[in-house]
Design a protein around this ligand. Structure first.
Ligand SMILES: [Zn+2]
Length: 61
């Protein structure tokens, strides 16, 4: 008996991941994930952008 490896899901599109691009489903999703990492490293600490990141807003009332 062999257990199927169909339990993996692509973290990007939630599709079925493939062995070749594990844990992603395709090279495209793999690159997307990679891009996210690069973006995180690209951001310069201290510099504030007027758009993009969702900062924790604390305004009530
Ligand atoms: Zn995917």
């Amino acid at each position: 008996m062999k257990a199927a490896n169909n339990n993996n899901k692509c973290p990007i599109c939630k599709g079925v991941s493939t062995e070749k691009y594990h844990p992603f489903c395709s090279n495209r999703c793999s690159e997307i994930d990679l891009g996210r990492w690069f973006k995180g490293n690209y951001i310069i600490p201290g510099e504030k952008t007027s758009q993009g990141q969702n900062e924790n807003e604390d305004s009530e009332g």
